[in-house]
Design a protein around this ligand. Sequence first.
Ligand code: ACO
Length: 416
Amino acid sequence: MTTSRGSGTTDLRVLRPDDWDQWYDNLLRAFGGMPESAEERELWRSLTEYDRFVGAWDGDACVGSAGAFTFRVTVPGGASVQAAGVTMVGVAGTHRRRGVLTSMMRRQLDDVRSWGEPLAVLTASEPAIYGRFGYGLGTHSLTLDIDTTRVRLAVPDGADDVRLRYAVPAEALDVCEAVYARRVPERPGMLARMPGWAPAMVLDPEGERDGASPLQCVVAERGTEVVGFARFRVKPDWDVTGSNSSVVVEDVEALDAASQGALWRFLFDIDLTSRIVARGRPIEEPWHHMVSDIRRCGLRRRDGLYVRLVDVGAALEARTYQTPVDVVFDVEDAFCPWNSGRWRLTGDTKGAVCRRTGDAADLALSVRELGAAYLGGVPLAGLGAAGRVREIRQGALAEASVAFGSVVAPWLSHGF
Ligand SMILES: CC(=O)SCCNC(=O)CCNC(=O)[C@H](O)C(C)(C)COP(=O)(O)OP(=O)(O)OC[C@H]1O[C@@H](n2cnc3c(N)ncnc32)[C@H](O)[C@@H]1OP(=O)(O)O
């Protein structure tokens, strides 16, 4: 594919291993040019799926990059659905706003469709970029800044029966991964761990620590079973009053309420610390209901995973619906017109069928709104209230909105 807009012409082609270094340097430069550690660079090289990554070239200079990891994402009902994890998007400053991104998105979504993957997902460097390509904001996350000198934690019964032990993060990786794997089906938006990805969870380059300690890990056990883990750093901060150090939480996963409580109590009580900070936490998790003062937990909401239905019918059939639903959507999809038109969705907690129909529409919306609502965290009714879903049959919006909801708030479990 060739793009020509503004001055110059760019060629788009699948990434070749020999081109990776230049391709990746273009990406780093698009993000400001900070170098990465050799360790981190090699990890990303090893995760590159060459036939799913593209580069834009102006002569022999790489001026654009985009990739699509092979992922599986949990959807409401617990199924694990194949999804292209869109990543490493960057356009050289010398070639910006000439349509290079648009040409890469065109190529990528055509490819994803030809691979038979119903979804594409991404996290955005800036929220304004991807809506035009049909991505809707499907999950949110929380940033925490908890004043642990003021906020107390009341843990559930059984927390005292959970034994905690320090472990070397890399050595405990297998047992932590086993816990993670059991959690994945429980929450929409979580990513199944794909081959090669586990080491990324304990990659700990010094340059990324921002003055904090190396990564630490505590494993929670009940009897001989590992029931949870926490990975975190401690960031020292001493002044004339003493220590005001912070616990920087990276991951906490646990299989039950007592183990959740035991791990969070540990994080709250680490000596010499007075804050817990974390990014990318779920918008709803058990410790919210254990704290004495949610106001002092410094919760800030931000955008998480953007979801694009590449095949509307297959995507809507892949999840279940928490109440019976029978609704005809009139979908507008300018960037992937194969989705445009009317679709009848019938489904319940056991499964769903979504087929093309000539019947009259109940709701009219763009594929972006369907993507936003897909994981159950963004109510269709809210999008309707904002004028982004049009109700044609009275009552259809409430019916669909309830059906699309998720008991557990969806959450993207790690960046990519
Ligand atoms: C999944 C990820 O990897 S997210 C990472 C995205 N990458 C970055 O943020 C790195 C820094 N930025 C860049 O590399 C580039 O500016 C990109 C990739 C964001 C945009 O690439 P470009 O080739 O300039 O985009 P392109 O010319 O195709 O623009 C298409 C449209 O999107 C708009 N657009 C592009 N970037 C932005 C932005 N950051 N904010 C708002 N609108 C944008 C353009 O104005 C254009 O609109 P138009 O069609 O109405 O004229």
